[in-house]
Each structure stands twice: as structure tokens, then as C-alpha cells.
Design a protein around this ligand. Structure first.
Ligand SMILES: [Zn+2]
Ligand SMILES: [Zn+2]
Length: 585
């Protein structure tokens, strides 16, 4: 297992070059649209963008034209010249640029800096490359709408995205990678493999799991529950609605109101759908007095929660409005905290390994500027988390000031082959809720003490986790997760009986098996099963029936030798039970 503890630090020169390319793009746009109004044009990962207000919508042909203009400006090798001017002069220079005027107003200093290349001038802090000739290989990749300053009450501008690299080779490699990622995008594969859908009629960000997607989810949930029970968790269930007053006591109504849905009235009382499972678990805990001997208590729930996300940020399964967290809350004494965190780390690493993620990054987030509790208690808890990480031998990086206001946390991010990161495990200490709800235990001294409370999720949510599995495995799931594990393919109709006999036999062993009984050519059936990424295809004809064998094919077209029915049955049962990742038998 690879532990990736390095935060990727991009070459510092690249962002400067990319931002300079944004200036060149702005100049090119102005030459085509003399009335263009400019927003901002920063460097971003792999490239840059610039926001424009234009007299009409851009189309892909415009991008080609802008690219051509940019190439001319780059070939002319114009120097970038910095100049400092008083605000008044800047206001004159940008008199027809309302967005720039707004930015100038906000500069606290007397002077602002501007940059010129040729006759083009832009308001900018810099730095830039020395001249346009230093801009490397670039390409404009897309157009999107973007509100000025991300505010939906301000005008919608047109954003042009570009990518830029030092060399042509690096650009080509990146574009190829982009194309691959889109081919393996979970939204696309989810549709092709018939796993889930999202409907306008039902509302954006609300996921419908189809039978095949639901099989994967059930397998994950069963595994998850068994593993939690083995590790001393109690499974609980809590309702989807609760009185608004509860969320006022917790502080959620005050701090997270933007993410909560509006209250609904029931018999004169206001209720909301739950954004988190924590409070239900606290209520269960508080139904009894607990002595120090009973702790730790670990309540686990596959709890469905609802949070408001703007429709603009919703994305397939990875950013949704309703999702099921694999949640748990641990109530313990402070002297048990380190052991508990080690226990959660053990469980998380075991799960990550079982699901086959080989690359991940661990972050420890520390005290932010606004926080609940005392500095002393924060320092102790942060130290406990780092000691737990060290004890478990996990390499991590500190993410300074990124803790939530109520406590420090550990995050584990999975990475895909394309280098994309997925938020997975979170282990979060909480100094806020135990106090607000007076969550206590009776100590050895006979006195009441506040518990140490840990919120934790291992996989994140069922929705986001499925998205990461789809993209990580490109839809070709390990056998134990595959919705259909075996497709029996009879060569001709006279082999159907044998095929169905095998189906019944495998099914009784708990194998998810189907027969392709269409009257189609074998090659067509094989092709279908490959597209569905079914791990094993068993082709059966006269020869196989005579010898009680099956001819095994993998979805990647690899042909394995014939196996006796008995030995295939025995092998696949073992592969499923052991959650083996490799398809080879
Ligand atoms: Zn600039
Ligand atoms: Zn919680």
C-alpha cells in the first residue's frame, strides 16, 4: 500500500505562465469583441480562465479564432510591462470596464499596478512572465457561465477555460488524460452500466439507485455492518425528521442554516429534514445515565441526510442534496480518545485496502480562527489525533487552520489513477455538542463529566463512494462487488437447458449469475457482457456439456482454459468470499 503524504506542490513558474496566458487571451478576445468587459483571469490547476461580458454567446468556433489570435500575440513576443499608477489614473484607463472599476475601488493602497503587453492593458497585481513568447503550449477547452464574484444576484459572465503547459508533449498528455477521465466519468458509466439516475421530475441532486447499483450498495452495506459489529459498534436507526428546536440547541440552525432545508409545520411545531445524524445518537445516549465502565459506546448508522447545495455545484453522485452517510458517533472518556481514534484508523485502512484503493492521502486539520472550546483542550485533542496517527504508522500532513470550529479532524482522501482525489474517511473530535446537550457520564469519582465525542465516517457517503469506485475501477468492479458476476452464454438454443442448470447451481452458492438466452450469435453475446463489464463469461456448447466443463472468458477478452463446473464453482466462491481484486482464477 502506498501512502502519499506529499501535498502536490506545483512548479511555481507554471501558474505565472498560465496567468500570463489569461492576459493574452483577454487581448485576443478584445480584438474580436471591442466592447468586451473583463472580469478576472486567474491561473488554475493545469491552466487558466478569464471571465468576459460579451455582446453574444460564444461558440466553439470562437475558441478556435481566439486561439489563432493568441498564437499571433505569442509569436510577436511582446514584453509584459508593469506600471504603478494612482487610482484616479487607473479609473480613467478602465473607464469602460465596470468590473475593473469595482476592483480598483477595493484596493486599499493609493496606487494600483497595471500590466501592458503591446497596446493591451490590464489591472493586475502580477507577476507575469517577461514576454508573451515565454507562454508554452496551450489550448482553450471550454466555455461556461459564471456569475460575477460567484454571486447569483450579479451578472452572468462567460468564462473561457484554457490549459497550458511548458511543452507540447505535456499538453498532449493532459488532453489525453482529460478525454480518458470523461470516458470513465461516473455519470457516464453510471448511465451505461444502468447503476443510477437523477431526474428533473424528482429534483436535482436526488439519486435513484437502479437494481444493479443497489446490488453494489447492499454488498457494501452488509460488509460495513458486519465489520462494525465485529469491532464493537452498535447499529442504530434514527428518523429523517426532527423538531427545529433540536437543531437550534445544537447550533446547526445558527451555523449551517445555508445548508438546511426550510422548516415544515406539523401540528403547530416546526420540523426540518435532518442534515446530520449526530443528534439522534445523542438522544439515544441520553436516555440513560452511563457510568465510566460502560464507555466507550459506539453508535453506527447508515443515515440518510439532506443538505441544500446550490444547483450550480451539484455533480453526479459526488455532490448531491440527499445522501446516506456511513456514520458513527463514539462517546468515550478523554483517556480513551487515543485508542478510539486508533480503532477508527484501523477500520478505515482495512476498508480502504479491501476496496482496493492503493493511493491515499491523510490530513490532520488543526484549530481554525473561530473555534469552540479552550485552546488547551484543542491542543490536547490535536495531540491525541497525531499520536494515534503515529501509533498506527500513518504518514500524514498537517492542514493548518482547516479544522471545523468544534474540533480538530483527520481526513483520508482516496486517489484515482488519474490523480483525482475523493474525500473518504473523516474522524472529527467535537467539543461543542457534548456541552450544548450536556452529554455526560458518571466518573469513578461519582461526579458527572462531559464525554469526549467523535463523529466519524469511513467511506463518506454511499453516493460519493460509489462514484469513486466507478471511476477507480472504470466500471469493471472486483468480483465481490460486481452486480452480475457470471454470464452464462449458450452457443445455441439446444444448450439452454444446460445453461439454466448451471445458473441454478451457481445461484444456490450465492453467485450472482445470469444466462444470456437471446437467440443471438455468441460473439454478440460476449460483446454485450464485455460492455456490461461482467467479470466472467462462461461459454457452453456441445463440448462443455459432454465433459461437464465451462469455457471461461474474462471481460477484458482474456480467454482462460476450460474448467470443470465443480472447480469453477469452488474457485469463484473463494474469490467472492475473500474479496479478491484480481479476476484471474
Ligand atoms: Zn496578471
Ligand atoms: Zn456527527
Amino acid at each position: 500500500m502506498v501512502i502519499d503524504s506529499e501535498k502536490t506542490i506545483e512548479d511555481e513558474k507554471l501558474p505565472i505562465m498560465r496567468h500570463s496566458a489569461a492576459h493574452v487571451m483577454a487581448e485576443a478576445v478584445l480584438s474580436i469583441f471591442p466592447d468586451a468587459k473583463f472580469g478576472i483571469g486567474p491561473a488554475i490547476e493545469n491552466g487558466f480562465y478569464y471571465d468576459f461580458e460579451l455582446p453574444r454567446s460564444l461558440n466553439p468556433d470562437d475558441l478556435l479564432l481566439i486561439e489563432t489570435k493568441m498564437a499571433e500575440i505569442i509569436a510577436a513576443d511582446m514584453p509584459f510591462v508593469r506600471q504603478e499608477v494612482d487610482k484616479e489614473e487607473a479609473q480613467r484607463l478602465f473607464a469602460h470596464q465596470p468590473y475593473k472599476l469595482e476592483l480598483i475601488d477595493e484596493v486599499p493602497d493609493e496606487k494600483v499596478s497595471i500590466y501592458r503587453q503591446g497596446s493591451f492593458v490590464d489591472l493586475c497585481r502580477g507577476p507575469h512572465v517577461d514576454s508573451t513568447g515565454e507562454i508554452g503550449a496551450f489550448k482553450l477547452v471550454s466555455i461556461a457561465g459564471a456569475y460575477w464574484r460567484g454571486d447569483e444576484h450579479r451578472p452572468m459572465l462567460q468564462r473561457i477555460y484554457g490549459v497550458a503547459f511548458d511543452t507540447k508533449e505535456a499538453l498532449v498528455a493532459h488532453l489525453k488524460n482529460l478525454e480518458e477521465s470523461s470516458r470513465y466519468d461516473h455519470r457516464r458509466l453510471g448511465r451505461e452500466l444502468d447503476l443510477f439516475s437523477i431526474h428533473d421530475e424528482a429534483g436535482p441532486g436526488l439519486v435513484h439507485w437502479h437494481p444493479k447499483g443497489a446490488v453494489i450498495r447492499r454488498v457494501i452495506e452488509d460488509f460495513w455492518k458486519d465489520e462494525h459489529i465485529k469491532r464493537g459498534y452498535d447499529i442504530v436507526y434514527t428518523p429523517h425528521l426532527a423538531k427545529l428546536d433540536l437543531w437550534k440547541t445544537s447550533g446547526h440552525w445558527e451555523f449551517y442554516r445555508d445548508y438546511l432545508y426550510s422548516p415544515m409545520e406539523i401540528e403547530g411545531q416546526e420540523y426540518i429534514v435532518k442534515p446530520m445524524n449526530c443528534l439522534g445518537h445523542i438522544l439515544i445516549y441520553k436516555t440513560k445515565l452511563h457510568s465510566y465502565r460502560e464507555l466507550p459506546l459506539r453508535y453506527a448508522e447508515l443515515g440518510t441526510v439532506y443538505r441544500y447545495e446550490r444547483s450550480g455545484v451539484l455533480h453526479g453522485l459526488s455532490r448531491v442534496r440527499g445522501f446516506t452517510q456511513d456514520d458513527a458517533h463514539i462517546f468515550c472518556r478523554f483517556d480513551q480518545l487515543e485508542d478510539e481514534v486508533v480503532g477508527v484508523l484501523d477500520l478505515a485502512l482495512f476498508m480502504i485496502d479491501t476496496f482496493g484503493f492503493e493511493n491515499y492521502q491523510v490530513l490532520l486539520s488543526t484549530r481554525p480562527q473561530k473555534y469552540a472550546g479552550t485552546i488547551q483542550v484543542w491542543e490536547e485533542a490535536t495531540k491525541t489525533l497525531s499520536q494515534a496517527l503515529t501509533r498506527r504508522g500513518v504518514a500524514y500532513v498537517i492542514d493548518p487552520g482547516e479544522g471545523v470550529f468544534y474540533g480538530p479532524k483527520i481526513d483520508i482522501k482516496f486517489k484515482t489513477a488519474q490523480g483525482r482525489g475523493w474525500q473518504g474517511t473523516t474522524i472529527q473530535v467535537d467539543f461543542n455538542l457534548p456541552q450544548r446537550f450536556n452529554v455526560t457520564y458518571i466518573g469513578e469519582d461519582g461526579q458527572e463529566h462531559l464525554v469526549a465525542m467523535v463523529h466519524r465516517t469511513v467511506l463518506g457517503s454511499m453516493e460519493r463512494f460509489l462514484a469513486s469506485l466507478i471511476e477507480y475501477y472504470r466500471g469493471a468492479f472486483p468480483v465481490w462487488l460486481a452486480p452480475v458476476q457470471v454470464m452464462v452464454i449458450p452457443v445455441a438454443d439446444r444448450h439452454l437447458d444446460y445453461a439454466h442448470k448451471l445458473e441454478a447451481e451457481f445461484k444456490s452458492e450465492g453467485v450472482r449469475v445470469k444466462v444470456d438466452d437471446r437467440s443471438e450469435r455468441v460473439n454478440l453475446k460476449i460483446r454485450r457482457a464485455q460492455l456490461d463489464k461482467i467479470p466472467y463469461m462462461l461459454v457452453v456448447g456441445d463440448k462443455e456439456i459432454a465433459s461437464s466443463t465451462v469455457s471461461v472468458r474474462l471481460h477484458n477478452s482474456e480467454q482462460l482454459s476450460s474448467l470443470s463446473v465443480e472447480s469453477f464453482k469452488e474457485t469463484i466462491s473463494r474469490v467472492i468470499a475473500n474479496k479478491v481484486k484480481d479476476l484471474k482464477l
